[in-house]
Design a protein. Structure first.
Length: 114
């Protein structure tokens, strides 16, 4: 049974930092990603990382967010620095198996106050 469990969300002031973690189990995963969904908006891809560690970012977080993974622990991280109020959203972990099955975590709330 595949499970993705996120942690690390919370309330932070603008300019602060948070680190999200997503512990995956039940399969071997290829690409792992972080998405976010703000109230009234569509879910958007924030960052993704291949199994060999190649990262990609949406333009709005480049230079502020860093995605990384530990394959031995089947865990993906999102280090978020210089947070802005517009980063406020529910952040979701996403993982793809090599059979191209897609799995989602339950989401973790990130709130950035002014």
């Amino acid at each position: 049974q595949v499970q993705l469990v996120e942690s690390g969300g919370g309330l932070v002031q603008a300019g602060g930092s948070l680190r999200l973690s997503c512990a995956a189990s039940g399969s071997i995963f290829g690409a792992m990603s972080w998405y976010r969904q703000a109230p009234g908006k569509q879910r958007e891809l924030v960052a993704s990382i291949s199994r060999d560690g190649s990262p990609k970012y949406v333009d709005s977080v480049k230079g502020r967010f860093t995605v990384s993974r530990d394959n031995a622990k089947n865990t993906v991280y999102l280090q978020m620095n210089s947070l802005k109020p517009e980063d406020t959203a529910v952040y979701y972990c996403n993982a793809l198996t090599y059979a191209y099955r897609e799995f989602w975590g339950q989401g973790t709330q990130v709130t950035v106050s002014t």
